[in-house]
Design a binder for this molecule. Structure first.
Ligand code: PLP
Length: 357
């Protein structure tokens, strides 16, 4: 049976990237060695690393004064590396859910943290707007897509201080004006590659301003000076990033993927909005184009386990909602084809017909 992969992350990747990675695992570029066995200090791997960075720069239109890093540790490591490198006195954070909260918790170890706005009052079903951003902040931290709650910023915000954004789950899903950010970071395991590599895009002139001593591995400048090879980089994961970015370029880049992502999200949200059984959880204007969260309408709440089983029987994978939201979450990242969304919509309609006369 064909599987439709709605996993929230690690999640679906372009088939061609997986096939090329499989070939490279058996024989890396005709070297007779596996990609898993090569030294990162070889010309061939340097070429992979450079190509991945160049494609990232091209696809997201990253200006030259921003450096791209591929690091270990996941986005969660960035939760403390960001304040380590940037928080001298005071930083502003917007609390839009679990991941934002974790970032806030870590930052508090380094200085004063002002939570400028929060959507916790409504279980993070919206993106707070209209709050003032003090001009004396070292930076403002936001989470552009809230993977668990299915909310997303749809525009780059204006800020008098550098914006640092966790874009783990919407990077490269739409064009972004990188020049409006001080730094963008995220775990790769949704739109860019497999688990095991973290991307950082940082405006170089903002570094080196804090007075505390930085451990070498934490100091972004060391990674910049060594093209992300200050220590052993996640070789395999970077290879798959390169292949995934190649695929994105081949289909027309970020503008094209935004078009496809909009079409997929519209198809699914329309089905939810026109359903008598299902209802979306996030407010319409802030709905994520990456993670579509929905629950059973109250009258049908008892049917949730039955729908999960029904959907599983039709090949749907990973649609159980996060325990903090309940219900269902369909993650419809870049590599997920619209056919999979259509299959889910058909499955929802069929289920509805069985229960609503
Ligand atoms: N930030 C967001 C928005 C996420 O969705 C996740 C994981 O799903 C994380 C941070 C944590 O990433 P990692 O597991 O790479 O530390």
């Amino acid at each position: 049976m064909k599987k439709h992969n709605f996993n929230a992350g690690p999640s679906i990747l372009p088939r061609v990237a997986i096939e090329n990675a499989a070939k490279a695992i058996l024989d890396f570029e005709g070297s007779g060695l596996s990609l898993l066995e090569i030294s990162h200090r070889t010309k061939d791997f340097e070429a992979v690393n450079n190509e991945a960075m160049a494609l990232f720069r091209e696809l997201l239109n990253i200006p030259d004064n921003y450096k791209i890093l591929f690091l270990g540790g996941g986005a969660s490591t960035q939760f403390f590396e960001v304040p380590y490198n940037f928080l001298e006195k005071k930083a502003g954070y917007v609390n839009t859910g679990v991941w934002a909260k974790k970032a806030i918790k870590e930052a508090k170890n380094f200085g004063e943290v002002q939570v400028l706005a929060s959507s916790e009052d409504k279980n993070f079903t919206y993106i707070p707007k209209g709050y003032a951003i003090p001009t004396d902040l070292d930076y403002l931290h936001i989470t552009t897509n809230n993977t668990i709650y299915g909310t997303e910023y749809h525009t780059d915000i204006d800020s008098p201080v550098p914006v640092i954004a966790d874009m783990s789950s919407d990077i490269l899903s739409r064009p972004v004006d990188v020049s409006k950010y001080g730094m963008i970071y995220g775990g790769a395991q949704k739109n860019i590659g497999p688990a095991g590599v973290t991307f950082v895009i940082v405006r170089e002139d903002l570094l080196g301003k804090v007075s505390r001593p930085l451990p070498s591995m934490v100091d972004y400048r060391n990674h910049i000076a060594n093209d992300s090879m200050f220590n052993t980089p996640p070789v395999f994961a970077i290879y798959v990033v390169k292949e995934t970015l190649k695929w994105l370029k081949s289909i027309g880049g970020v503008k094209e993927i935004q078009k496809r992502n909009r079409a997929k999200a519209e198809l699914l949200y329309d089905a939810i909005d026109n359903s008598k059984v299902f209802v979306g959880t996030a407010v319409k204007e802030d709905r994520s184009l990456m993670n579509v969260c929905f629950v059973m309408q109250e009258k049908y709440a008892d049917l949730a386990p039955e729908f999960l089983e029904f959907a599983k029987g039709k090949g749907m994978v990973g649609i159980k909602g996060h325990r903090l939201v309940g219900g269902f979450r369909a993650s419809i990242y870049n590599a997920l084809p619209i056919e999979s969304v259509q299959a889910l919509v058909d499955c929802m309609r069929e289920f509805e017909k069985m229960h609503v006369k």
